[in-house]
Design a protein around this ligand. Structure first.
Ligand SMILES: Cc1cc2nc3c(=O)[nH]c(=O)nc-3n(C[C@H](O)[C@H](O)[C@H](O)COP(=O)(O)OP(=O)(O)OC[C@H]3O[C@@H](n4cnc5c(N)ncnc54)[C@H](O)[C@@H]3O)c2cc1C
Length: 385
């Protein structure tokens, strides 16, 4: 461990930690930052890592473009079709209604991760006080003294070493890459089944190769993980129906446990938590990373404000005040995104007859009340400002 003092210590080199470092350095290349990363320094080791498809909003694209960190391999979504398996109620959202080039983009987690690493390396060449180190354990972290500590350790539900407020939905997501007969290009499908949401999303591999996110009980998800390919495809076809023809091939199946875990307070003294280290969400609304990138961007602005100014304005109280202002500025967006995601995760996993009925009505209302649909889509694309 070389550096033992710095202004800003960022713990965690996932997408959110990397993006935060990049936004700080882009605005203030002299920033004295240490980034501690559990990941290998070598990108090759990450190339086979997490390949799940992540939906990034147009708002996230605009943010990532500012640091040249938009992955080349992405699949735009032009339409989203939402329906309930075997029940009434459906809604269609299109990019034309919202006057946007795309409603969102599907990108593999590892491509987001690798592109951000590349963008940060490019900034590193012009940043004399930036240190990026790989660490193996917590003992190495404790040797560093920083004026401000940014926690971006992320993590998945049930794999985190902290549990605060939240909910266990008793659900897992089975993800994979599925090949179908005749998909509509650039169309995403979200179908609510008796066990939970089943999403079939575009991929950059071609119109008929789609990202699957199939939420169900941990037991059935585990069972589906172990099924032979042909049986798996048969079950999937039964749940999804025939709208995109026959499901022909499945690859790269993985399971993730799902739940909500969030901190009520995201700052304490000189420490601040962002991304999944602050809130871990159900993927039903595709909001976790989008919200985390907004955290990182706004925190970077705040920290540049403090550390690019005179040294006498960087006392522990100044840092603490800046973090409190940051926390205040994130309140509305966090509350709305966490609340909306939790609501959707619960309402779309319930089989109680009145809720099934209300769900059908809500989908129909979305379809027939364009202002409601536009407001919801805008929240998903840009968050609450
Ligand atoms: C099935 C599934 C589908 C999803 N789909 C979407 C979607 O469509 N849209 C969306 O916006 N979000 C989605 N998400 C959520 C998204 O994956 C997360 O919100 C996002 O990965 C959070 O990024 P992060 O950098 O905060 O954390 P992470 O991605 O967890 O990265 C944290 C990094 O920190 C490192 N680390 C951990 N501890 C330490 C330490 N002590 N010191 C140093 N480094 C450390 C880890 O190695 C890791 O690389 C989905 C999640 C799941 C599970």
């Amino acid at each position: 461990m070389t550096s033992s003092n710095c202004d800003i210590l960022i713990q965690g080199g996932g997408p959110v930690g990397l993006a935060c470092a990049a936004w700080i350095l882009q605005k203030f290349p002299e920033a004295n930052i240490t980034l501690l990363d559990r990941n290998s320094v070598n990108d090759d080791d990450l190339a086979q890592a997490d390949s799940r498809g992540i939906a990034l909003s147009h708002g996230s694209k605009l943010l990532l473009d500012t640091i040249h960190a938009w992955p080349k391999e992405s699949a735009p979504i032009h339409r989203v079709h939402v329906s309930q398996a075997g029940r009434f109620g459906r809604a269609l959202m299109t990019r034309e209604e919202l006057n946007q080039d795309a409603l969102g983009h599907i990108i593999r987690y590892r491509d987001i991760h690798l592109t951000l690493r590349k963008a940060l390396r490019a900034l590193q060449t012009k940043s004399p006080n930036f240190t990026w180190e790989q660490i193996q354990n917590d003992a190495e972290e404790s040797q560093i003294h920083a004026k401000c500590i940014v926690h971006a350790e992320g993590g998945l539900f049930k794999k985190q070493d902290w549990v605060e407020s939240g909910r266990d939905y008793g659900q897992s997501a089975l993800v994979g890459l599925v090949e179908v007969e005749k998909a509509e290009p650039h169309q995403a499908w979200e179908r609510f089944t008796a066990e939970g949401p089943l999403a079939v999303l575009p991929s950059h591999y071609g119109a008929n190769v789609l990202n699957l996110v199939w939420c169900g009980s941990p037991e059935s998800s585990q069972h589906r993980l172990q099924l032979a390919d042909a049986e798996f495809l048969h079950e999937l076809q039964n749940e999804f129906g025939s709208r995109i023809g026959r499901f022909q091939k499945i690859q790269d199946r993985r399971l993730y446990e799902l739940g909500l875990n969030y901190r009520k307070e995201i700052t304490k003294d000189n420490e601040v938590w962002i991304g999944n280290a602050a809130q871990t969400l159900h993927p039903v609304a595709g909001q976790g990373l989008n919200l985390g990138l907004r955290d990182a961007f706004l925190l970077a602005e705040k920290l540049v404000g403090v550390f690019s100014g005179p040294r006498e304005n960087q006392s522990p109280t100044d840092v603490q005040n800046a973090l409190q202002e940051y926390a205040q500025s994130r309140k509305a967006d966090r509350a709305t995104t966490i609340g909306l995601t939790d609501f959707m995760a619960r309402i779309f996993t319930s089989n109680l007859a009145p809720i099934v009925m209300a769900r059908g009505l809500a989908l129909s209302a979305l379809q027939w009340l364009p202002p409601v649909k536009t407001a919801l889509a805008r929240q998903m694309m840009f968050g609450r400002r």
